[in-house]
Design a protein around this ligand. Sequence first.
Ligand SMILES: *[C@@H]1O[C@H](CO)[C@@H](O)[C@H](O)[C@H]1NC(C)=O
Ligand SMILES: *[C@@H]1O[C@H](CO)[C@@H](O)[C@H](O)[C@H]1NC(C)=O
Ligand SMILES: *[C@@H]1O[C@H](CO)[C@@H](O)[C@H](O)[C@H]1NC(C)=O
Ligand SMILES: *[C@@H]1O[C@H](CO)[C@@H](O)[C@H](O)[C@H]1NC(C)=O
Length: 637
Amino acid sequence: MKQLKFTDFVFFLFFFTESLTLPTKPQDVDDSGITQKFIEENIEYITIIAFAQYVQEATFEDVEILVKDMVEYKDRCVANKTLPECFKLPNNALQEKIFAMEGLPQKHNLSHCCSKVDFERRSCFFFNKKADVAFLPPFPTLDPEEKCQAFKNSRKSFLNRYVYEVARRNPFVFAPTLLSVAARFEEVAGACCEEQHKATCFQTRAAPVIQYLKAFSSYQKNVCGAYLKFGTKVLNFINIAVLSQKFPKIEFKELTSLIEDVSSKYDGCCEGDVVQCVRDTSKVMNHICSKQGSISSKIQECCEKKIPERGECIINSNKDDRPEDLREAKFTDSETLCQERDTDPDNFFAEFTYEYSRNHPDLSTPELLRIAHVYKDVLSNCCNTQNPPGCYRRAKDKFNETTEKSHKIVQRECEHFQLWGKDGVKYYYLIRLTKTAPQLSTEELISLGEKMAMALATCCTLSEEFACVDNLVDLVLGELCGINENRTINPAVDHCCKTNFAFRRHCFEGLKADETYVPPTTTKDLFTFNADLCQAQNEELQRKKDRVLVDLARRRELAEEELRAWLAGLAERCCSAGEPALWGGSQNWQLKPDCLRNIKEKASKLSGPDRRETPESLNVDRKKRGNCSGFGVHSPQ
Ligand SMILES: *[C@@H]1O[C@H](CO)[C@@H](O)[C@H](O)[C@H]1NC(C)=O
Ligand SMILES: *[C@@H]1O[C@H](CO)[C@@H](O)[C@H](O)[C@H]1NC(C)=O
Ligand SMILES: *[C@@H]1O[C@H](CO)[C@@H](O)[C@H](O)[C@H]1NC(C)=O
Ligand SMILES: *[C@@H]1O[C@H](CO)[C@@H](O)[C@H](O)[C@H]1NC(C)=O
């Protein structure tokens, strides 16, 4: 995150900041006043979010102490804004209060941050965030009656607790999104607690809220990861592509000024400075809403909403209709492109990306960035030739080549999905991911595999299939590559993660099994199935199957196809026949007595010092597998 930017704000007053920036139009005073009021009113949530995201291990009791402290602080500053302590940046004030909590920094390994100041300290908090939250207990699931009792007793403390539990498990999601989620969850709880069938109501009405949270969290994490690894330029290009598609009517000049606001929002939001993030987001939304006429016709209703719904609504709004004045051709036909490029390369390629993006609403963000990259390469080559215009006129073919390659990848992915179903593609990706990144933990591989399958299940039937798949699968790769760290997984994966943001997908597509990896030699915990193997719809059982598959895939001797076949056969060998829904819904399945013994023998052979199993010796009965179409795992023949 940029250092300079923050020192500019040293004299920011906690609760009266934006008014210090001397707004000239009454509109601005009003908007910043509203944001200010929102921050003051939501100081509890804001404190909870910041604290729970920075120190995910902290208990709710710790959080309550800090909330009390911050509320008093706010009250003092509202009463007398000239108190010396009120001149601090809000996030600094909060971090100092965390350090001052007795025993807390020692307990949660934050002491090394306490001795740092300014940028270093903020980075220290940021790097302390853990993307992998497996160390936390599962999200607490209360009985609906209990939940509603708690909600009725104290709406506020119930929701505070909810925000705490969500925030610590989503340490990178931006505060306005979490505040929106909290507001929506409050609505759900309010409605469902009046219902007779509370459990069903919570299930159906909370699901979209969770989906929403996951989608936003995933996108925000990915952009922050890209920003950290590739810097401001890539961040700007991502935002140009996204905003030009959404607002194709916007003039390039207007877009440039909007991009400045949008990109600088990511400083505070990615870093976890909650107050700054809320302010910057409001600033962006004010900018957009105050210029609706020249930006978009689709956001009027959104702009009438309040913070934080207004921002989330705009982000979710549909793409505006394409205007007539598309000028994409000038980037391949003009005679003077090389000179134009040399005058101001950043601006030149920004404008190209803008034109191409507004003209291609059907492409994904990574694809638009790929095209920009290809264009840059084309000009680099062509401007060195005798006849540049003759050379770069053919740039379109190059764009087409890249797009076709990406289309093919997506087509293949969706074919897999049609062929094998959601569980089937999950197994496929579990194996692929394990082969390419066997160093990752089993839990992480399962989580990534599930997200891949979810992406295909979400997108493969849509008319915007290509953009949807390419966007979502790229988010999964972004997660694999790490958000607040440059991970070292293995040389091939690391190379794909850091070389080129736009071509990350193409790079991963070309990866083979990691040859440097030495598989573990023990079979400990490899087969922990018991009689519930054949029973139904049990998430824990599903997990066990996933774990077996990942553990097996780590052993290099097994090819992907064998593995999936083996897993399919496993079910058949172990469960006596019944309904076709293997592993799935049927209760009729029973474990064959000798089955577990056979599995264990097989496993010890697989993982012994000389593991040379062939598909035949794995005893895969391919004919028999024909009856278990419900299982969804078929190896490509
Ligand atoms: C506000 O705080 C300043 C600085 O401590 C002090 O000088 C001033 O008297 C206070 N004003 C009020 C109204 O308490
Ligand atoms: C504490 O943080 C330091 C610095 O980030 C790290 O090297 C160390 O492994 C951490 N210790 C624990 C127990 O997490
Ligand atoms: C990761 O790598 C990028 C580019 O090489 C660098 O700018 C950034 O500071 C690195 N981040 C960390 C946390 O080391
Ligand atoms: C590539 O170009 C050809 C000919 O212009 C066109 O028919 C085809 O649809 C293009 N492919 C893509 C993926 O845009």
